[in-house]
Design a protein around this ligand. Structure first.
Ligand SMILES: [Zn+2]
Ligand SMILES: [Zn+2]
Length: 185
C-alpha cells in the first residue's frame, strides 16, 4: 500500500470515527458531518453556494442581469451610473442568501475561523483580476469591543488568504452600525 493511499485510508477512517463518536454538525445546516476533517461546513452546503457569474458591474461588482441592458462602454449597473460610488472597483463572490449566508454567519458570529480558507478561495476567484496588480490588501478593522465579541477579525482572516501582503493600515476609532441592514448608498 503506497504512503498516499495509507494516508487517505487513515484519514477517512478518522473521519468516520469522529462522525460516529462526536457527531459534529455542519455549522451552516446542522446536518451531521460525514467528513469532519474537511471543515465545519458539509459538502452539500458548499455545493449550494450560488456564485455570481458574469456579467458584472465593473465598478461595484454586482451581477448584471444581461449584457443586453448595459451600456457596453461603461459596463456599469444602473445604480453606479446614477450615483457614482466612492470605490473604484468591487467584486462579488456570491449572493448573500441561502447557503452562503449561513456559512458567513457561522464565520462571523460563531467563531468558525477555519472557514477563512475556503471563503478566501471564493474571494480569490472572484477578485483575481483586481488582486493581480494589488501591492497589498488592507482589511477593514473591527471596533475593539466587536472584535472581542467575535473572537477575531473576519476581514483580516480573509485578507490573509488572498496571496498578497496584509497591511493593517486602518484603525476604527468608534463603533459604527453593523453592515447588516445598511443600504448600499
Ligand atoms: Zn451543511
Ligand atoms: Zn454597480
Amino acid at each position: 500500500m503506497g504512503q498516499r493511499r495509507a494516508a487517505r485510508v487513515s484519514r477517512s477512517g478518522l473521519d468516520a470515527l469522529l462522525a460516529v463518536t462526536l457527531a459534529p454538525r455542519c455549522a451552516a445546516c446542522a446536518a451531521v458531518l460525514d467528513a469532519p476533517l474537511d471543515g465545519p461546513v458539509c459538502h452539500a452546503c458548499w455545493s449550494a453556494v450560488r456564485l455570481c457569474a458574469p456579467p458584472f458591474c465593473r465598478t461595484c461588482g454586482d451581477p448584471l442581469p444581461s449584457w443586453r441592458i448595459i451600456s457596453r462602454p461603461l459596463e456599469q449597473c444602473p445604480r453606479c451610473r446614477r450615483h457614482p460610488l466612492l470605490l473604484t472597483a468591487g467584486r462579488t463572490a456570491g449572493e448573500y442568501e441561502g447557503s452562503l449566508r449561513d456559512i458567513l454567519h457561522a464565520f462571523k458570529y460563531d467563531g468558525r475561523r477555519t472557514l477563512a480558507r475556503p471563503l478566501g478561495r471564493l474571494l480569490l476567484a472572484a477578485g483575481a483580476d483586481l488582486l493581480r496588480d494589488a501591492d497589498c490588501v488592507v482589511p477593514v478593522p473591527l471596533y475593539v469591543w466587536r472584535r472581542i465579541g467575535r473572537g477575531f477579525n473576519q476581514a483580516d482572516a480573509l485578507a490573509q488568504q488572498l496571496g498578497r501582503p496584509v497591511l493593517r493600515a486602518l484603525w476604527r476609532a468608534r463603533a459604527t452600525a453593523p453592515q447588516t441592514g445598511l443600504t448600499p448608498l
